[in-house]
Design a binder for this molecule. Structure first.
Ligand code: ZN
Length: 128
C-alpha cells in the first residue's frame, strides 16, 4: 500500500472516531443535564455520589472536547497536505508512528527534544 492510501485510511479512522465521540458526548451532555435537573429538585439530597458523577461527567466532556480538537487539527493538516510531516524538520513521519498516534505532528526525535524543552530539562539549541 502506498503512503497516500495509508494516510487516507488514517483519515477515515479519524472521521469515524470523530462521529463516535460526538455520539457518545451527546449522551454525556444529556446525562449531565439530567443530573443538574435532579439537583434542582428540593427533595433531592446532595450527596458525594452525585458530586462524583458530576465530576466524572464533566471531565469526560472535557476529554471528549480535547480529542475532537486534536482530530480536527489532524484533519486540517490533511486538507493542507502537511499531515504526516514533522513540523520541526519536515521529514515524513513513519507510518507506524502515525498509525499508533495519528495526532503526532513531530518525528520521534523532535518529539523527544520538544518534550525536554517544554519541560525545561534542556536549553533550546540556538539556531544560526
Ligand atoms: Zn522532525
Amino acid at each position: 500500500m502506498t503512503r497516500v492510501n495509508e494516510l487516507l485510511k488514517i483519515r477515515q479512522l479519524l472521521q469515524r472516531r470523530r462521529r463516535e465521540i460526538l455520539t457518545v458526548s451527546l449522551g454525556t451532555h444529556r446525562e449531565l443535564a439530567a443530573l443538574k435537573e435532579q439537583e434542582k429538585d428540593p427533595e433531592y439530597e446532595e450527596g458525594a455520589q452525585s458530586e462524583l458523577a458530576d465530576y466524572t461527567l464533566s471531565s469526560l466532556v472535557e476529554s471528549q472536547r480535547r480529542e475532537i480538537m486534536l482530530i480536527d487539527a489532524a484533519l486540517r493538516r490533511m486538507d493542507e497536505g502537511v499531515f504526516g510531516e514533522c513540523v520541526d524538520c519536515g521529514i515524513e513521519i513513519p507510518l507506524d508512528r502515525l498509525e499508533a498516534m495519528p495526532f503526532a505532528i513531530r518525528c520521534e526525535e523532535d518529539a523527544t527534544s520538544h518534550e525536554l524543552e517544554t519541560r525545561g530539562g534542556r536549553m533550546a539549541t540556538p539556531s544560526l
